[in-house]
Design a protein around this ligand. Structure first.
Ligand code: ADP
Length: 621
């Protein structure tokens, strides 16, 4: 007997499931059935593509036995792909998905909130421990002779030993606990299957015992019976007119592990040059691993209702990786290999039609403002990624983007911004950073506010990378107010004369700051503040450089910012009269340091800044 411990994350997950999902115990059966269905799908694929498995007699079904009333055993069996010793240890003892640890740590302990979040994560097999105090998994992998039994009480770990099983497949045997015993009965089982698993494409049989009566109506022993409980037809193939929202929501739960109803579904049954069906769902809450490199793909590919693959990230463009659902093609060959799929023209066409369909539904959703914002809060960042990646659909995607703005507290679209643009305004201005409040108060906005020009407030650090690459919207270039040339098309003539006058001062400041700045310029964008920093036309901003450094990208060259000074500000005016004194030097540094701080960039040496500041405070007290 080999005893092993669960990975820490499994323990945490088990604990959470038991404490936050107890009010929806019934989902354990949905999870076990959907695992069984996946296992059948995977074996079917092998029988079609791998010579070793072509001779296997494949009679897919899921069997649930509820016979042993006294011992209260409930068994879920499938004749699918099965697991060997390693598979059992890996699949039922660890959670391999990266980001799991952090995800579990972030859960709050507020069971209501946790239960919906944990649903996003997918509770899967471990949910059995809500109704069982012991679970046995007897499994034999297709193509192998040995069978194994995995046993656990869901607390101390698990053991794996040799076992026997005549054919490939898996039996999950639940030893029901007190609550489970009370809760599980034949009717309940039937109801749960009908509710959650009616549209699993394989037949689900329920084996049970029924009391037999004689002519006088007295009990005369028991009779074994079997009923097929579900409809066992591919849900997505049913006519749309027959399907209600409730049906769509239930099917969603069988394919997604999600606990909540989806935000929306998009069902397409195309006939003509290409015959295919797609059924896509958008989860209400973004899947937790969207920004992990090894996020799970959410779309499954079927050919003529036969499952082909689920982990192919090529089925959807990566920016639509939050979409869950299925693609089922009538035109692809059944024994298509994954390598061929990637170059297949039929699939490429289905994919491109699907993307257009999803984007057009989202465009329609923009008409319902609140609903669209709910969507955008979850997935907005991915649409920006899309506008950056998907050249073919860029125009549509640009219309789907929303931004905060200096002129509204609400989100605005680019079209609305352009509508409000002044007649002589040539560019779309934006400011980027991490904090909305400090962006709204940034000195960089002073000139724009003064001239009543709208600036988009982009407080997602991601914007700083994406927006420059979009270049323009409806022939209007995007201009970052952080760049030295942003104000060029707005400058007025009179500012030029000031500049000459200030030449000696600028030269002196430059000398003090040395190579900490790329240049010192007289600003025409400041009203209230004495100084600001900007990046040279094609340089990354100071904030962006800091971001890349924290991400571990040290390859980025260290480019210095440009310091702009406000010729109208008292400090600057007074500096003109000062010689090269210590006070002058300190003022130069303070102009630079305060501008950096306002940009949200950390000072390399905050202590020197504070000392300088205190020196001036002492003088003024
Ligand atoms: P998920 O289904 O989300 O991956 P589970 O915890 O339910 O999470 O299952 C973990 C893994 O165990 C599955 O991905 C699958 O590889 C394996 N597994 C579970 N049940 C079965 C089964 N009946 N047959 C074969 N493999 C299974």
């Amino acid at each position: 007997m080999s005893k092993r411990k669960f990975q820490t994350e499994v323990n945490q997950l088990l604990h959470l499931i038991i404490h936050s999902l107890y009010s929806s115990k019934e989902i354990f059966l949905r999870e076990l059935i959907s695992n069984a269905s996946d296992a059948l799908d995977k074996l079917k694929y092998l029988t079609l593509t791998d010579d070793k498995f072509k001779s296997i007699k494949y009679d897919p079904k899921i069997e649930i036995s509820y016979l042993d009333k006294d011992n209260k055993l409930l068994t879920v069996s499938d004749c699918g792909i099965g697991m060997n010793k390693d598979g059992l240890a890996k699949n039922l003892g660890t959670i391999a998905r990266s980001g799991t640890k952090q995800f579990l740590e972030n859960l709050t302990g507020d069971s209501k909130k946790d239960s919906s979040l944990i649903g996003q994560f997918g509770v899967g097999f471990y949910s059995s421990f809500m109704v069982a105090d012991k679970v046995e998994v007897i499994s034999r992998k297709a193509g192998e002779k040995e069978a194994w039994i995995w046993t656990s009480d869901g607390k101390s770990g698990y053991s794996i030993d040799n076992s026997v099983r005549k054919t490939a497949g898996t039996d999950i045997v639940l030893h029901l606990n007190d609550e489970g015993k009370e809760f599980v009965n034949r009717w309940e089982i039937q109801n749960i299957i009908k509710k959650y698993s009616n549209h699993i494409p394989f037949p689900i049989f329920l084996h049970y015992e029924e009391e037999k009566y004689d002519k006088k109506g007295e009990v005369k022993g028991k009779e074994k019976k079997t009923d097929q409980v579900n409809a066992a037809s591919a849900f997505w193939k049913r006519p749309k007119s027959e399907l209600k929202k409730k049906d769509y929501n239930e099917f969603y739960k069988t394919i997604s592990h999600d606990h909540e109803d989806p935000m929306m579904h998009i069902h397409t049954q195309a006939e003509g040059t290409l015959d295919y069906t797609t059924l896509f769902y958008i989860p209400k809450i973004a899947p937790f691993d969207l920004f992990q490199v090894d996020h799970q793909a959410g779309v499954k590919l079927y050919v003529k209702r036969v499952f082909i693959t689920e982990d192919d990230k090529e089925l959807m463009p990566s920016y639509l990786r939050f979409v869950r659902g299925i693609i089922d093609s009538e035109d692809l060959p059944l024994n298509v290999s994954r390598e061929i799929l990637q170059k297949n023209r039929i699939l490429a066409k289905i994919k491109s039609n699907s993307v257009k369909k999803i984007l057009s539904e989202l465009t329609a959703l923009t008409k319902k403002k609140d609903k669209y914002l709910e969507f955008y809060e979850q997935y907005g960042r991915l649409l920006k990624e899309g506008a950056y990646q998907d050249f073919e659909n860029r125009d549509t995607l640009l219309e789907l983007l929303k931004f905060k703005s200096s002129k509204t507290d609400d989100y605005t679209s680019l079209a609305e911004y352009v509508d409000r643009m002044k007649e002589d305004q040539k560019s779309i201005y934006h400011i980027t950073g991490e904090n909305e409040e400090s962006l709204r108060n940034s000195p960089l906005l002073e000139m724009y506010n003064g001239k009543d020009i709208e600036v988009l407030i982009m407080d997602d650090p991601f914007d700083e990378i994406i927006i420059p690459s979009l270049q323009k919207y409806k022939e209007k270039p995007f201009k970052s107010v952080h760049h030295s040339d942003a104000a060029d098309d707005l400058k007025t003539e009179d500012s030029k004369s000031d500049k000459k006058d200030l030449k000696p001062l600028v030269k002196k400041i430059k000398k003090v700051l040395g190579d900490q700045v790329k240049d010192v310029l007289v600003s025409s964008r400041l009203n209230e503040s004495p100084s600001c920093i900007v990046a040279d036309q094609n340089d990354p901003t100071a904030k962006m450089q800091e971001m890349f450094k924290t991400m571990g990208q040290s390859t980025m060259p260290d480019v210095k910012p440009i310091l702009e000074i406000n010729p109208e500000h008292k400090i600057v005016k007074k500096m003109k009269a000062l010689g090269k004194t210590k006070t002058f030097e300190d003022l130069c540094w303070l102009l630079y340091e305060q501008a950096m701080l306002i940009e949200g960039v950390k000072l390399p040496n905050p202590a020197t800044f504070v000392t300088r500041l205190n020196n001036f405070l002492i003088k003024s007290i």
